[in-house]
Design a binder for this molecule. Sequence first.
Ligand code: 5GP
Length: 187
Amino acid sequence: MNKKLYVISGSSGVGKGTVIKGFLEKNPHFTLSISCTTRTPRPGEANGVNYFFLTKKEFQECIEQDKFLEWAEFAGNFYGTKQKYIHQCLEEGKNLILEIDTQGALQVKKRWPEAVLIFICPPSFEDLEKRLRGRHTEDESTIQKRLNEAKVELERAESFDYKIVNDDLEKAIKTLEDVINKEMADA
Ligand code: 5GP
């Protein structure tokens, strides 16, 4: 069983979702892991597709029963990856990408040393703020929370295996492909 997990983090609004989407379109033999969260679904999001949406009580029970490979509180909500889900996907032969925050990524690395940690950075902090506001999906207090988180995440990224600057989408996707191909070849 291939045990390599590709864990991708990046500041909120950095465009990591778009980079990952571009990567997955070109590399259909990769699957995006589905996380659990207590946050409210955004328009167009569906349970079991974008996330498994849990109540805080359900999430708490999973923590108590040690069901998560990793979990974190991010901007007032809980997010986590179920161990059983990851094992099942790997047993099915899937190559998995985890799109999770930096706290979770560092927990994965501790429990799962074969994990490869990749951080997607903005060209600058100012650029990140502009992108985050441009989405128009969050209110001001949420934006402030996410900007504060972004600062902390940039610091945590220092212990990641790779950093990819997203100043040009195609270039970032290509760099991600190069990193993953190299790691697959080394496996
Ligand atoms: P969003 O609410 O924008 O979907 O996600 C907010 C943050 O939570 C993002 O940085 C995303 O990568 C992170 N996230 C999503 N799923 C997980 C997870 O399972 N675990 C952790 N630790 N973070 C997650």
